[in-house]
Design a binder for this molecule. Structure first.
Ligand code: HPA
Length: 189
């Protein structure tokens, strides 16, 4: 992120695959991140740990505005125009340390905490990008549903994640490229 900043990048667009925790979500939905829960951060592991690099940003940066409001609104309207309909959501992403998928009890806890989707990435990058003043926009592809039910025989697996990614690749590509076009039109890249 800091190399991008030094290269003059002003806006970061990030994508990830995530497990759906919100029971209204379906595999293949696309969630625009409006906020996050940084589980490793709450537990004391944060990319901004250590001496602060003052040339990049403040020691104690704000996180309540991490996901740019204007870009989120623009993406929602681009998605509507492209016919995404109910596929396009806005929600809270939770990052956990990985590499294992979550247990059933963990999924239940995360849902109660207010997370709509769970993954293993993106938040670290967002924290460093925001620290040095870059605008951030991020999308999760709901590649599988998190397992919340002890009677379920489903098991989270990486093949399903990859397969959902393949199925939605073209649609996501058009959403992101149209978003970038519009940002450029508005001169906000
Ligand atoms: N959990 C964590 N990370 C993920 C998942 C999940 O269910 N799906 C894709 N990345």
């Amino acid at each position: 992120m800091r190399v991008f900043k030094l290269m003059g990048v002003q806006t970061m667009i990030m994508t990830n695959a995530a497990g759906g925790l919100n029971p209204d979500y379906r595999v293949g939905d696309v969630m625009i991140l409006k906020d996050h829960i940084n589980l490793p951060g709450l537990g004391g592991t944060n990319p901004l740990m250590g001496p602060n690099e003052d040339r990049f940003g403040l020691r104690f940066p704000c996180t309540s505005d991490a996901y740019d409001r204007d870009l989120r609104a623009l993406a929602l309207s681009v998605g509507a125009e492209l016919g995404f309909g109910d596929l396009l959501r806005e929600g809270v992403y939770c990052v956990q340390g990985g590499p294992n998928f979550e247990s059933i009890a963990e999924c239940r806890m995360l849902r109660i905490m207010g997370a709509d989707a769970i993954g293993m990435s993106t938040v670290h990058e967002v924290l460093v990008a925001r620290h040095c003043g870059m605008r951030c926009f991020a999308l999760s592809l709901v590649s599988n549903m998190a397992i919340m039910d002890y009677d379920s025989v489903e098991r989270a697996n990486h093949d399903e994640v990859l397969e959902t990614g393949r199925l939605r690749a073209k649609q996501l590509e058009s959403l992101v490229s149209e978003l970038v076009d519009r940002m450029e039109t508005h001169n906000t890249c």
